[in-house]
Design a protein around this ligand. Structure first.
Ligand code: FDA
Length: 286
């Protein structure tokens, strides 16, 4: 699909191409009572200079978040800052980003990419965690291995986002049925809670949110041990405001940057209905 065709479809999911555009969106999100996490779009960087330039941009982003007094942390894809080049390159770059996060009293989340990178991402995480407190990772409920990973990684101040997982994975390593993936999401939520870990429940699935809420209420899970997380632009039919009004913490994942194309195509494949919605809006605007 040419970029000029894709752009109107991407717009709901991407908070602009520049720092300034993204920070304006984060401010609006904060003004509505939600936290944010910001991500510069891109992955699989093969060029060392580019990986280092992205690293510097992330370091600067912490400074800008601080100057603008935003309630916002940062999420990164390890292959965007060097993991596609080597583990050592990613480690060095992520250490720089974490140093900046520490200076500004902020937090870094390592997103989880496809299963080729799962071991290395956990290795990076463990390495970072040995020096820095302010770092978390992601656990995907579609992977068979995730419960074991959650148990092994959980420590008193473990912080994990739980999500279903967005990549195509083989049935030898990943659940394929939506019910199994949801069940495993709940199992992971319980496992992390049992270990005293902090969890970000990242889902738009209303039924799963209902299940989480029922469990949170019945088990009296302390509100400082979890948050709900959603992607920027995904319609939630008033649910976020409802959760916020009930006193729950919500964080919106805000992706931005010139490399918006692949990300938007993934979102589009996930919800082809958005095409109709965007076309309707285009005609409305004329
Ligand atoms: P599901 O796919 O069942 O969607 C539930 C409902 O939401 C459906 O009605 C669907 O139409 C709607 N919906 C979902 N996505 C939509 C979209 N893009 N546009 C419009 N409607 C949509 N994955 C990963 O592998 N590694 C990661 O690091 C992350 N990080 C991450 C952070 C955050 C904050 C979120 C919310 C998600 C991720 N993901 C992720 C993606 C995640 O793994 C998963 O693929 C998507 O969230 C979709 O799964 P749901 O749980 O939302 O349910």
């Amino acid at each position: 699909m040419p970029k000029w065709i894709a752009k109107p479809f991407a717009r709901p999911y991407v908070a602009g191409e520049t720092f300034d555009e993204a920070l304006v969106q984060v401010k609006t999100i904060n003004d509505h009572g939600f936290s944010a996490t910001i991500d510069i779009l891109g992955e699989h960087v093969t060029n060392i200079d580019k990986a280092r330039s992205i690293t510097n941009q992330y370091c600067d982003l912490y400074r800008q978040i601080d100057i603008n007094q935003l309630d916002c942390n940062i999420s990164i894809k390890p292959t965007h800052v060097g993991l596609f080049i080597s583990l050592a390159e990613a480690m060095a770059n992520i250490a720089s980003i974490l140093e900046s996060a520490k200076n500004y009293n902020n937090f870094l989340r390592l997103d989880m990419e496809n299963s080729l990178y799962t071991d290395q991402t956990f290795e990076l995480f463990k390495h970072c965690k040995s020096t820095y407190k302010n770092v978390g990772v992601v656990i995907q409920s579609y992977l068979h291995r995730s419960l074991e990973d959650a148990k092994q990684l959980s420590a008193i101040d473990f912080n994990a986002r739980i999500c279903k997982g967005i990549y195509q994975e083989a049935e030898t390593i990943a659940f394929q049925g939506s019910e199994e993936i949801k069940e495993n999401f709940m199992t992971l939520a319980r496992a992390l809670s049992a270990k005293g870990a902090y969890a970000g429940y990242a889902t738009h699935d209303q039924d799963l949110i209902d299940q989480l809420l029922a469990w949170i209420e019945s088990e009296n899970i302390p509100p400082d041990k979890f948050e709900f997380q959603v992607l920027y632009g995904v319609p939630m039919a008033g649910r976020l405001e409802e959760l916020r009004n009930q006193g729950y913490k919500i964080r919106v994942y805000v992706p931005f940057g010139p490399d918006w194309f692949d990300y938007s195509l993934r979102r589009l494949k996930e919800n082809p209905d958005i095409v109709g919605y965007v076309i309707k809006n285009m005609f409305k605007n004329e």
